[in-house]
Design a protein around this ligand. Structure first.
Ligand SMILES: NC(=O)c1ccc[n+]([C@@H]2O[C@H](COP(=O)([O-])OP(=O)(O)OC[C@H]3O[C@@H](n4cnc5c(N)ncnc54)[C@H](O)[C@@H]3O)[C@@H](O)[C@H]2O)c1
Length: 260
């Protein structure tokens, strides 16, 4: 029997690299999956993959920054599957681009629109999805909210996106507060903080063997992460195996945040 048998999970950003692996893995573990992404065509393709593998899925286009869109997403998931046990807040953006301002590493030159857009998706998006999905989790007798944060929310760096860091740091704080608030309803809220996954976000910087080596050297385990490294922890957090785990901010980073 799968570890998520009988559960329904709503996964945002399900058309992306991690979201797709989460959809397929959760379904393999017995969960019904409601898949949402701003890229409707790609999320429907992920739905088809899940179904081809024998899983139960539905898919919808959603913009997590729009409250109406998020409300419709939760309503559609409930209409299809009847209840909701897991909210997997995975949708997120980072900046790429040829200039430092676009790469978000210099607040003095950072355009306000980049700051606002990233906070809207990475932080307000989680707020809105939680706001509209948590009542369904409570109605189901409890559940699990999994927030995909980042090591950037734990450590600062002059080289990585400042707004991205701020959004993920805010997400870690929101995780703790929601965990404290909803524990009495048996709704657990945890955050996973992945380090750089293959293929690492390149921020417009060409990927050379030297750069790859430099990136890997940051990770005591000696490699970058994979989507599966993250999703295996998410399966645990979604399952009843983690019923006493809430408010945890968990790095999945090959030891990156343990070293200085
Ligand atoms: N890839 C990494 O190295 C890495 C490291 C740490 C954390 N993360 C985090 O992991 C999560 C998943 O990222 P990924 O690596 O799979 O990237 P990805 O770009 O492949 O997937 C992100 C998905 O989110 C969707 N999305 C973007 N804006 C949206 C919106 N407004 N509404 C709904 N969907 C939207 C995109 O269409 C995309 O499918 C993100 O929150 C990211 O910040 C990634």
């Amino acid at each position: 029997m799968g570890r998520l048998e009988g559960k329904t999970a709503l996964i945002t950003g399900a058309a992306g690299a991690q979201g797709r692996v989460a959809a397929l893995t959760f379904a393999r573990q017995g969960a019904r999956v409601a898949l949402a992404d701003i890229n409707e065509e790609r999320v429907r393709a992920v739905q088809a993959e899940v179904e081809a593998a024998g899983g139960q899925a539905c898919a919808m286009g959603v913009d997590v920054t729009s409250e109406d869109s998020v409300k419709a997403m939760v309503a559609a998931a409930l209409a299809r599957f009847g209840s909701l046990n897991v909210l997997y807040n995975n949708a997120g953006i980072n900046n790429g681009g040829p200039t430092e301002a676009e790469r978000d590493v210099d607040v003095v030159r950072l355009p306000l629109e980049i700051w606002q857009r990233m906070l809207a998706v990475n932080l307000t998006g989680v707020f809105l999805c939680s706001k509209h999905a948590i009542p369904a989790l409570i109605a189901a007798g409890g559940g699990s909210v999994i927030n995909i944060s980042s090591t950037a929310g734990i450590l600062g760096s002059s080289l990585s996106g400042h707004t991205y860091s701020a959004s993920k740091g805010g997400l870690n704080s929101l995780t703790r507060s929601m965990a404290a608030a909803y524990a009495k309803h048996q709704v657990r809220v945890n955050a996973i903080c992945p380090g750089s996954l293959e293929p690492v976000m390149k921020f417009g910087i060409p990927r050379t063997p030297e750069r790859q080596k430099m990136l890997e050297a940051n990770y005591p385990i000696g490699r970058l992460g994979t989507e599966d490294d993250v999703v295996q922890l998410a399966v645990y957090l979604a399952s009843d195996e983690s019923s006493w785990t809430t408010g945890a901010i968990i790095p999945v980073d090959g030891g990156f945040t343990s070293t200085s």
